[in-house]
Design a binder for this molecule. Structure first.
Ligand code: MYR
Length: 131
């Protein structure tokens, strides 16, 4: 289950990914130490997400398979949806500014939540632990 309070533990290739996303170095440095916390609450095919970081606090509701809008901390707007495949959440989001695709997955492995990202051939991971 995805439910719980998750806190960032470590990143893999996240700065490289942000660079591909066009995020400048100062913001990349800040974002790689953003103290991200995510609370996930799944009820059937609906999710409630609380996101807290050094940059902002926000709450998001989405339904599997239903398109919604999401803005990144730097203001980049995305539109897309999550679906469930087995025990993996798969997200496909398009940037509104250039139409390009960002894909992401979430999976719980052991006591960790692993979120992967792909944009224009660059992969990254952010790995969370429960708190
Ligand atoms: C959620 O489920 O938490 C809300 C929707 C998330 C949409 C996809 C998130 C992609 C985040 C990419 C971070 C990129 C930083 C350059």
């Amino acid at each position: 289950t995805f439910n719980g309070n998750w806190k960032i533990d470590r990143n893999e290739d996240y700065e490289k990914f942000m660079e591909k996303m066009g995020i400048n170095m100062v913001k990349r440095k800040l974002a790689s130490h953003d103290n991200l916390k995510v609370t996930l609450e799944q009820t059937g095919d609906k999710f409630h997400v609380k996101e807290t970081s050094a940059f902002r606090t926000l709450e998001i509701d989405f339904t599997l398979g239903v398109t919604f809008e999401y803005s990144l901390a730097d203001g980049t707007e995305l539109s897309g949806s999550w679906t469930m495949e087995g025990d993996m959440l798969k997200g496909a989001f398009n940037r509104k500014d250039n139409g390009k695709l960002l894909t992401t997955t979430r999976i719980v492995q052991g006591d960790e939540l692993i979120q992967s990202y792909n944009y224009e051939g660059v992969d990254a991971k952010r790995i969370f632990k429960k708190y």
